[in-house]
Ligand binder design. Structure first.
Ligand SMILES: C[S@@+](CC[C@H](N)C(=O)[O-])C[C@H]1O[C@@H](n2cnc3c(N)ncnc32)[C@H](O)[C@@H]1O
Length: 382
């Protein structure tokens, strides 16, 4: 679905057509929100000052990047996001609007200090406050940058401003406009260390898990994953994909159960992929048995990768939007990558109705286990 996005002041106004990534026909989901508009409005009113470089952090599908590229063609831009779909979405929207991506630098969110020095940083408030705090700490290590954060007004309160004060510097919020506010923050010049990964154990399988700040289920083992761990299929498998791996806990257990298998860990979060790699190493698995992929489902994996077992605990939201289209894409990609006779194991909330989707796609779907809340389903490629 294309949304028309309009930004700028009367004498410098641009119109863009923007898509989410992957595109969706759901008219309620658009590629930008009022906080994007507010950040741009704020910037146009205040002016760029003497900034010649803008860093955009968590710019979902590139609405801010595309708008700034169109409004200020000579400005240096850095697009920083942990999400692979966000990178792909931004690049697709730049292309669709014939905007030049040549002097746009694309980064994940692991080393922001190296790119932010002297820049104006425009950030969308992420869902995870731990990730937000980590981002602030990294930005505090750069010098002389100014930070503008766009968010829904209902998510901005005194404790959020205090968190910014603790990890970056003094912050104040604008008046509300379209139910959003822009927070302006000025670095206090003190460099903080990045937030340390959160560590926990899965004692029943002797696994030790480390999670970077933006990893799903960072604080404890997900209850769906726990059920999945005790119901992995018996037998021998040689190529396993942990699809939407998060910290990699399912793939690590697969490596224990199928000691000769090669395991591919795939996630769209760069921090998830880095955590899975860290966990593979810290649990003493052989480095030559695993591959790590930062990808949107399985869309960019090399064509020669196929599997006889795919494990999947799919997300049921994208950013703040509740949606099952990623689960659907995961199941479709899994079917394409499975060898004949190969199995897809899925865990999901009962009410999500994944069995209907799997039955439609594979022509079969077996319930392996269930409890009051979750169900483990298995589909076979025939
Ligand atoms: C419910 S979590 C499961 C994490 C882990 N496998 C577990 O069981 O604890 C879903 C994972 O899917 C990842 N994800 C979301 N969208 C994705 C996409 N388009 N491609 C690949 N991974 C995606 C999320 O980053 C998250 O780590």
């Amino acid at each position: 679905m294309t949304s028309r996005f309009s930004a700028g002041a009367d004498d410098n106004r641009i119109e863009l057509s923007l898509h989410r990534y992957p595109d969706t026909s759901d008219a309620n989901l658009q590629a930008w929100d009022a906080a994007d508009e507010h950040l741009l409005k704020h910037l146009m009113e205040q002016g760029l000052g003497n900034h010649s470089h803008i860093v955009l952090v968590n710019d979902s599908f590139g609405a801010l990047t595309c708008a700034l590229r169109a409004l200020y063609p000579a400005l240096k831009l850095t697009f920083a996001a942990d999400s692979r779909t966000s990178h792909l979405g931004c690049k697709a929207n730049l292309d669709a609007n014939a905007l030049n991506a040549d002097n746009i630098e694309f980064k994940d969110c692991s080393n922001l200090a190296s790119v932010a020095t002297g820049a104006l940083v425009l950030m969308k408030l992420p869902k995870s406050l731990t990730f937000f705090a980590d981002t602030l700490c990294q930005l505090s290590q750069a010098e002389g940058e100014t930070l503008l954060i766009g968010a829904k007004a209902k998510n901005i309160n005194q404790s959020l401003l205090s968190l910014i004060g603790k990890h970056f510097g003094n912050a104040s919020a604008s008046l509300a406009w379209k139910k959003t506010r822009v927070i302006s923050a000025i670095s206090d010049g003190k460099a903080r260390s990045a937030i340390k990964p959160i560590q926990w154990q899965v004692p029943e399988f002797q696994l030790s898990i480390s999670n970077l700040s933006n990893v799903f289920g960072a604080a404890k083992l997900d209850i769906g994953a726990r059920l999945m761990l005790s119901h992995l299929p018996e037998g021998s498998f040689s190529e396993v994909i942990d699809l939407g791996c998060g910290n990699g806990v399912l793939g690590l257990r697969a490596a224990q159960m199928y000691p000769t298998a090669r395991v591919h860990f795939v996630d769209e979060s760069a921090m998830a992929v880095a955590s899975a790699a860290q966990n593979w190493q810290q649990n003493g698995f052989d480095a030559t048995r695993a591959d790590f992929h930062w990808d949107d489902c399985l869309s960019h994996l090399s064509a020669d990768i196929s599997a006889d077992l795919i494990l999947c605990n799919p997300p049921f939201h994208q950013g703040e939007a509740i949606t099952d289209h990623i689960a659907w894409q995961m199941f479709n990609d899994a079917k394409r990558r499975l060898q004949y006779g190969g199995l897809l194991h899925v865990v999901g909330n009962r009410h999500l109705g994944y069995h209907v989707k799997l039955k439609r796609l594979f022509g079969n779907c077996q319930t392996i286990s269930s409890n009051g809340k979750f169900v483990i389903l298995q589909a076979k490629k025939q």
